[in-house]
Design a protein around this ligand. Structure first.
Ligand code: NAP
Length: 249
């Protein structure tokens, strides 16, 4: 342990499961104070809170809200600031995928996909940037290989994830003068709840297309997120770091 995040406060969305859970634990190991956000899974969130406390975080609190709701994002950020006295790191990780071919895709599913994966990052970055204006900070958005290369049956999800890259680069330019760095991590095929229902044929195709020939772990993605959030990445902003095992390069 290097205590890399000692004295820092991070808000991690989608912290109850998968990549967000692994990121929270990684930051906790480095002594980060943690605001862990999730949608509905209380049991999973409580488990991550306990794991983060054991891992070494001096302060962990749970924040249950829908990231697709702009007002809820603003309120949650205010609540984090009231509880922790500041905010240094925002990890926009919460996401969903509602897959389907465009000819049958429902407008309501498009709206939900865009609001949960993309607008959420806009709303939370807006609220976080205000809190970071004086001392600087780091924002890491979790996009996807699908946003970079496209995928049949995932046009809505790809739109949202490609949008996150535009948001990342624009905010990096807009907030750089305030020492707020904005980067993205773009995972490939990672074993989590999100991917466990995928048909075997789709999984096999993705594994064989990746240079490393295997799926990734949430912990491997968390390493990249933690790096970009840390002072080790002090001169990196507007970057999209691929963690995809060579699926797309
Ligand atoms: P996951 O295991 O399905 O976990 C999703 C997390 O997001 C959960 O903590 C969930 O909270 C939260 N969440 C979902 N909808 C929410 C909402 N409306 N408001 C607040 N929180 C919400 O997902 P994952 O695989 O770890 O994915 C994390 C991120 O990585 C996503 O942005 C995803 O698109 C991206 N990604 C994943 C992969 C992959 O292969 N897994 C690849 C590329 C990119 P609850 O537990 O309360 O439901």
């Amino acid at each position: 342990m290097t205590r890399e995040f000692e004295g820092k406060v991070a808000l991690v969305t989608g912290a109850s499961r998968g990549i967000g859970r692994a990121t929270a634990i990684k930051l906790a190991q480095e002594r980060c104070k943690l605001a862990l956000a999730y949608a509905s899974n209380d049991a999973a969130a409580l488990e991550v809170k306990a794991l983060c406390e054991v891992a070494g975080s001096p302060l962990v609190q749970l924040f249950k809200f829908d990231v697709a709701d702009a007002a809820a994002c603003a309120k949650a950020t205010d609540d984090v600031l009231a509880a922790f006295g500041g905010l240094d790191i925002l990890i926009n990780n919460a996401g969903i995928s509602i897959d389907g071919l465009i000819l049958r895709y429902k407008p309501a599913d498009l709206e939900k996909t865009l609001q949960t994966n993309l607008s959420s990052a806009f709303h939370l970055s807006k609220a976080a940037a205000r809190a970071m204006l004086r001392k600087g900070g780091a924002i890491v958005n979790v996009t996807s290989v699908v946003g970079e290369m496209g995928n049949a049956g995932q046009s809505a999800y790809a739109m949202a994830k490609a949008g996150l890259i535009g948001l990342t680069k624009s905010l990096a330019r807009e907030l750089g003068s305030r020492s707020i760095r904005v980067n993205a991590v773009s995972p490939g095929f990672v074993e989590t709840d999100m991917t466990k229902e995928l048909p075997e044929a789709a999984k096999t195709a993705m594994v064989s297309a990746a240079a490393l020939g295997r799926v990734g772990t949430a912990e491997e993605v968390a390493e990249a997120i933690a790096f970009l959030a840390s002072a080790r990445a002090a001169f990196i902003t507007g970057e999209v770091m691929r963690v995809n095992g060579g699926l797309y390069m």
